[in-house]
Unconditional design. Sequence first.
Length: 457
Amino acid sequence: MNAHRESITSHDSSGHPSRVRWLVLALACGTSFCLYLHRFTWTFIAPELQQQHGWTELETQAAYICFSWTYGLGQIPSGMLIDRYGPRLFLSVIIAAWSLVIPWQASAWGPVVGGARLAIGATQAGCYPGLALVTARWFPVRYRTIIQALVATVCGRGGGALAPIVMATFLMAGLGLSLTTTLWVMTAVGLLFACAFWQLTRDSPDGDPRVNAAELGLIQEGSPAVPGTTGKSVGQRLPIAQALRLRSVWMVATMQAFVAGVDTIYSSMLGQYFASRGVSLAKAGLLASIPLFGGMLGGLLAALLSDGLMRLLPSRTQSRRLVGVGANLCACLAMLVMVRQTETVVAALALGVVKLFADMSQPIGWGTCTDIGGRRGSATVFSIMNAGGNLGSVIFPLVFGVIATRSQRVVDGEIVRNYIPVFTAAAGVYIAAGLMWLLIDSTRTLDDVDRDTSAPD
């Protein structure tokens, strides 16, 4: 408590809270936006590899999951480093790094494409663990879920939704730029943002002189003071061991494996799906963005619903379970309706409804990680969840690729692709994700593990 008071009194004591946290929110949202803007470039790189270089469906899926290998392997090491040293330098460097690699995905040589995918996965691995710690340190508990929905779902999915519009509809079809030139434009955007992030953000409000005492008190409302959050927390005990002792951490990682596994359809197959239905490049860019816009809305609705239910139900766990189970069930049902649609535009709109429900899991997953990890270990807990997600991102693209390959047929010497079996399989995966929420308890935290460990026999 004394450390908490000293931290507050060391700041400007003017009565009205400063607004540095909103600048940090804007930068966090921009980071999430850039992450998905760059990640979803693959939506139109994959068809180019198939059309111009003769790649098969399975080959493009194999290249796609190169990203997932390093993204998954980098999660826990990244989270541990961020919890120990802070997110500012880490995030600035990785934004610049992945931006520089983006154009190499369009190479005609397979090993270069695979290497680029591996590099992007490695550099993007620490982004959301870093942003989880940013939201845990810069925003009070009472509206943290809304903040996380804005960062991860609204702005992340927004970047993914605009990627096909910016790439295919505007830059390529509208301005006539080549795919390679378009990707270098994306690189320039990322490098400029990385510079802005470094200049304008700080690791913690405790160590930021722009934050006055009123804002610091508001930020820390409802959170215990945590030693080592100002600057580099050298010597702070890393929370990985405690996190792995919690069943809920394993269950939220399993849930994320299912959700992220289905998500690979939207980032790796939608371009081919709309091409198989004879849609032009410009129109495909618009249609491919619809599910991501649905996801934006779903994440925001989930945050509002979850926070409202917390005031009505006895525990935070019950509110998160109700949203998690209900949303995934609705996503399954919406997907089964989607596969029956014969009109391409109606099918795209139905996918938007699917994604609306599916992405309701995202902010409550983030919220669960910060519930469990707090200001000390949120990045580590989040990295474990994301590592599970990336295991799903490795397994399910291969599964979906095999299903798509076995479902295609040759008509008059041309390959006719059928993606309905892929979408049907995805509906079943949503059910599995919903069931995982029944086993997640967001009220048992790292501090509880510490107390259990230190309690006398």
